[in-house]
Write a protein that binds this ligand. Structure first.
Ligand code: CP
Ligand code: NVA
Length: 324
């Protein structure tokens, strides 16, 4: 059984396959074609934290592919009404996928440990792999091949930063984190990336002209993630010198593109001028959440023999999938 708890769950070749499917399905969608490749497939959504993009893009995405999604509220009693084993084994009788946004990464790992239904991580405190898929798709479409390019993440070494750091390693991009040292990514996160991808080029710096030198993409996220609200004041003061604004961007070259996973706290981690500027890819990036996740859902169906590559190719649509 295949899951996506983090990008460590897939190989580089599989990542490329997912991105290829996503790119093709996006092109079809923009041409007004919505092949029902996941007809009658059902996706359950289990969310412990708020969401706009993740929830709506999964719901719309599976619907456009002929399937359906159901949002599970607190009344289903996950982690309160019965054991995780009973909960997920029963859920697997009804649905084909589960997307889970959880306070703790371990909760998502626990669901996957029973191997009864593909579990997709919709964000935890440690990782946001669906966001990273969309980010990679966005960068690839904006700039072509990603190998040798650089992403500089400005701010907190958080869930989003860690996922895209791994994504960068998988596609041969340099990753730099620019922010206050006390909020760098933990060394064990970097070590785990290096253990799997020894050639990964990852560095962290507090110095703007070092961190932003050679950046093709400057990416930022909120300074205070969901669940860290008690630390907001402390974080606002620590991160203030690292606001992504026109002055900071003087340290990058003029073609540097801007990314933000959203939601943004405008005026904190990023200015209106930058997020709304000509170099900003953020709206397209949010749109790509749906296309990337459609690619992921199709790829998972292929892995579990619920769909065959010949079915896709036999649909009369030319779709170079790059699936081995
Ligand atoms: N970027 C992202 O995951 O947004 P939501 O929290 O709205 O899902
Ligand atoms: N780092 C943010 C991302 C939100 C999509 C959070 O975890 O709240």
């Amino acid at each position: 059984m295949r899951h996506l708890i983090s990008l460590f769950d897939i190989s580089q070749q599989e990542l490329h396959a997912i991105l290829n499917i996503s790119e093709q399905i996006k092109a079809l969608s923009l041409a007004g074609r919505r092949p029902a490749w996941l007809q009658r497939r059902v996706l359950a959504m289990l969310f412990e934290k708020p969401s706009l993009r993740t929830r709506v893009s999964f719901e719309a995405g599976i619907d456009q592919l002929g399937g359906s999604a159901m949002f599970l509220g607190q009344d289903v009693g996950w982690q309160s009404r019965e054991s995780t084993a009973d909960f997920v084994r029963v859920l697997a009788q009804y649905v084909d996928y589960v997307v889970c946004r959880a306070k703790s990464h371990k909760s998502v790992e626990d669901l996957a440990s029973f191997n009864v239904v593909p579990i997709i991580n919709g964000l935890t405190d440690q990782s946001h792999p669906c966001q990273a898929l969309a980010d990679l798709l966005t960068m690839r479409q904006a700039s072509g091949p990603l190998d040798g390019r650089q992403l500089t993440f400005v701010g907190d070494g958080n869930n989003v930063a860690r996922s895209i750091a791994l994504g960068c390693a998988m596609v041969g991009m340099r990753f730099r984190l620019l922010g206050p040292k006390s909020y760098f990514m933990p060394q064990e996160s970097i070590d785990s990336i290096l253990a799997r991808y020894p050639n990964a080029d990852i560095d962290q710096s507090e110095v703007p002209h070092v961190g932003l030198a050679d950046a093709d993409f400057a990416y930022t996220d909120v300074w205070t993630s969901m669940g860290q609200e008690a630390e907001m004041k402390l974080r606002q003061s620590a991160f203030r010198p690292f606001q992504l604004n026109a002055a900071l961007l003087k340290h990058a070259h003029k073609n540097c593109k801007i990314l933000h996973c959203l939601p943004a706290r405008r005026g904190e981690e990023i200015t209106d001028e930058v997020i709304d500027g000509k170099s900003s890819l953020v709206v397209e990036q949010a749109g790509n959440r749906m296309h990337a996740q459609k690619g992921l859902l199709i790829w998972l169906a292929l892995q579990h023999d619920q769909l065959s590559a010949s079915e896709l190719e036999g649909s009369g649509i030319e779709l170079p999938l790059g699936i081995s």
